[in-house]
Design a protein around this ligand. Structure first.
Ligand code: 6PG
Length: 267
């Protein structure tokens, strides 16, 4: 079943972060009420840093005790390397919130190679989500079910570390995968498309003029690429765009007074 995609366009990154802060707390409350946990996979890259900073202001937010933070993908570099996603997430969020250390799940990169790291990441996910075996319909028992996955998008249509031309990304038996491509500075580890599409909510954060082309190609021209294959069969898919990233979409942007959102489009 094709997921209904919601596209929300914001005047600027501040109003986008306002919306996502409210959404985060709403989803956290919903998840904790349902299964006493809020399991989130965070995006890497530069776009989410402002949101992570804003979220860090919820330092003593009660639900951190039941929130589990994972990385959706990681570069296979040392944890203190400037390109390490978890390092960025710690610097902008984790260092400032009262979250139990056991609720923070970085992808280990202190092992032989990305394949070993991906295997350890898979083992941790399967172990953590084992509690769901009992509560989910059989069709959804195998794959971890995140309550929220935040994603970015590359100008080539990649998301997480799933890049155009990679094989097996949609294979439902794959939970995590190592990524080694000549065009990448570092090997990587990523959640699989199957796990991303098994989430309850998937939210893309996309900002900047440089993303306007890929946004139009995915939302209006049905380009085939990993980001366009994100389609959570049993979940909600939301694109949060600032005005620049939405610039080349062919629809009128009407400002809704009093709302953070300029325009909502159901595709
Ligand atoms: C990563 C991300 C990747 C990122 C996009 C967009 O590890 O880099 O997971 O998918 O979200 O490349 O990156 P920017 O936000 O820096 O444009």
């Amino acid at each position: 079943m094709a997921t209904e995609r919601k596209v929300l366009i914001f005047e600027n990154s501040y109003s986008l972060a306002n919306y996502l802060l409210k959404k985060w707390q709403e989803l956290a409350q919903e998840a904790v009420s349902d299964h006493n946990q809020f399991n989130v996979a965070l995006s890497g890259g530069r776009t989410p840093t402002e949101f992570y900073c804003r979220l860090s202001a919820l330092g003593s937010y009660g639900l951190w005790q039941k929130t589990h933070l994972f990385c959706g993908d990681e570069r296979f570099v040392a944890s203190d390397h400037k390109d390490n996603n978890f390092r960025m997430i710690k610097a902008n969020l984790i260092n400032y919130i009262h979250i139990p250390p056991e609720n923070v799940h970085p992808i280990r990169t202190d092992v032989e190679n990305a394949a070993v790291a991906a295997e350890l990441f898979k083992d941790e996910l399967v172990g953590h989500f084992a509690y769901q075996r009992k509560t989910l319909p059989a069709s959804r028992q195998v794959l971890p079910t995140f309550d929220l996955i935040l994603l970015g998008i590359g100008e080539d249509g990649h998301t997480a570390s799933l890049f155009p031309g990679m094989a097996h990304t949609a294979d439902a038996s794959i939970v995590t995968l190592p990524v080694s491509l000549p065009q990448l500075k570092h090997d990587r580890i990523s959640l699989s498309l199957a796990v991303i599409n098994n989430a309850r909510y998937v939210i893309f954060l996309i900002q900047g003029m440089q993303k306007a082309d890929i946004v139009r190609k995915i939302l209006e021209e049905n380009l085939i690429c990993p980001a366009a294959q994100v389609n959570p069969a049993n979940g909600q898919l939301i694109f949060l765009l600032n005005k620049e990233a939405a610039k080349k979409l062919s629809h009128p942007m009407t400002y809704i007074p009093g709302e953070d959102v300029i325009s909502i489009k159901k595709i």
